[in-house]
Design a protein. Structure first.
Length: 78
């Protein structure tokens, strides 16, 4: 399984995360997102996928797989 290209693009292009770190099992904290970057990531996810995600629903311990599942549970098409 791979990270959805739109999520990967948000991380690499907008938040400047190194592409080799963007793998399904990577936790957000492993991507070295500080709290401000994490909020920006959540805002970007909402804009990209047209869903509402509360900041407290996404934690540093979440993996990119878990972020994908959260988006799906909110009705995002992935």
């Amino acid at each position: 399984m791979e990270v959805d290209p739109r999520i990967a693009n948000l991380l690499t292009e907008k938040l400047e995360v190194e592409a080799e770190l963007v793998v399904p099992g990577a936790a957000l904290q492993q991507l070295e997102l500080d709290s401000l970057a994490q909020v920006e990531f959540v805002d970007s996810l909402q804009s990209e996928f047209g869903v509402t995600v509360d900041d407290d629903e996404v934690t540093g311990a979440m993996t990119l797989d878990e972020v994908t599942e959260l988006l799906r549970s909110k009705g995002a098409s992935l």
